[in-house]
Design a binder for this molecule. Structure first.
Ligand code: SAH
Ligand code: SF4
Length: 348
């Protein structure tokens, strides 16, 4: 039911012989008020509720774990109907500097087929795609849980940066974005949602046409194919020349600035790498976000010295590239994608 659009609910109500306004009430209870039981739907009578129950189920996610960081980040491990688990992170909660901004980082797949060398999710391999209801459900359940303590809580921003490659689950991610954007639902602006991709070229172009409003982040991490091939196997299929061309086309169509993500390790935080990046990004309408790598056991990658990171940033800035360094969030709770699931499975 959490994956149903208003029109789909109207259709179901019609089939059940219920009035159209019931569908709108139902949509609001599920998508806006984020309730998790039928009993909470106060304005829907017992008889109609019974009829709806025969056709629709909630599919709430079961909260297996919640970790709270000192900085306000909260990380959730949810169990799905088939027993698989996914992670989801709420950032910026209870931060005095950004009181009005609450960002949820959602997962789009169980595991990931891309298999990046530094990523805990990639190490696990691909299990399955998430459904529209499971993607939207993460935001709804977090809203539900936080509202138990803070009734006015609203998620304001979404990043598709949890487990999985969103553009390899395009057919579910796109309708999920539509649902999260609904005025009768959570009403999250298209421009407040960002898809992060390891570089699935055809879907980058498709996204530009289908939804030019939503933000795009490209996980670049290296400016040379030899290096990027080893970090992100997707690069062999769509090498940098194709990826950069797709990015140019994307900005031509959407007029939106792309965020290029660059994870720095003790090995790549070097002047030569920064200079290669400057050459690669020439002519792109973009912004670089530097991320200190989160070391994941088994990957052999370590964080760089903070001083090396600022030198790296300086090279980009001197070349006129807009650059920011990602603030560390939830470092004390292993907030990097895939880490909680691995840790939890390791305990079983
Ligand atoms: N699959 C998509 C989105 C999910 S990953 C993608 O790869 O873009 C979200 C971001 O986290 C990506 O930029 C990814 O490169 C980064 N990431 C994954 N593992 C990381 C780690 N151990 N340390 C730092 N960033 C990591
Ligand atoms: Fe998949 Fe992204 Fe992890 Fe790479 S970084 S394995 S694309 S989730």
């Amino acid at each position: 039911m959490r994956g149903c659009s208003e029109n789909e609910l109207i259709q179901i109500c019609q089939e059940l012989g219920l009035k159209r306004f019931r569908a709108i009430q139902l949509f609001q209870w599920v998508q806006q008020k984020a309730v998790t039981t039928w009993e909470e739907m106060k304005n829907i009578g017992e008889r109609d509720r019974h009829a709806l129950r025969s056709r629709l189920t909630f599919n709430s996610l079961e909260k297996v774990r919640e970790q709270r960081s000192k900085d306000g980040t909260r990380k959730y491990l949810f169990r799905l109907d088939d027993g698989e688990t996914i992670e989801c992170v709420l950032m910026d909660y209870a931060r005095t500097t950004s009181r009005d901004r609450h960002t949820v980082c959602v997962s789009t797949q169980v595991g990931c087929a891309v298999g990046c060398a530094f990523c805990a999710t990639g190490l696990e391999g691909f299990r399955r795609n998430l459904s529209v209801g499971e993607i939207v459900g993460q935001v709804l359940d977090i809203t539900h849980y936080v509202r138990q303590e803070d009734p006015d809580f609203q998620v304001t921003n979404i990043v598709f940066m949890g487990m999985g490659e969103p553009l390899l689950n395009y057919d579910q991610v796109l309708p999920a974005i539509q649902l999260l954007n609904q005025g009768q639902g959570l009403n999250i602006g298209m421009r407040r949602m960002t898809i992060s991709t390891s570089g699935v070229v055809p879907q980058i172009l498709q996204l530009a046409k289908d939804n030019p409003q939503v933000g795009l982040a490209v996980s670049l991490h290296a400016a040379q194919d030899e290096v990027r091939n080893d970090l992100i196997p997707m690069n062999r299929r769509y090498p940098l020349i194709q990826l950069m061309e797709a990015c140019r086309e994307y900005t031509q169509i959407t007029h939106r600035r792309i965020t290029f993500e660059v994870a720095l390790t003790s090995k790549n935080a070097k002047r030569e790498e920064a200079e290669a990046l400057v050459r690669l990004l020439k002519g792109q309408f973009g912004h670089v976000n530097l991320i200190p790598i989160n070391s994941v056991a088994g990957t052999g990658m370590e964080r760089p010295d903070p001083e090396l990171m600022s030198k790296f940033a300086q090279v980009l800035e001197d070349a006129g590239i807009s650059v920011s360094s990602r603030e560390e969030r939830g470092a004390d709770i292993d907030a990097a994608c895939g880490q909680l699931r691995r840790q939890w499975e390791g305990e079983l």
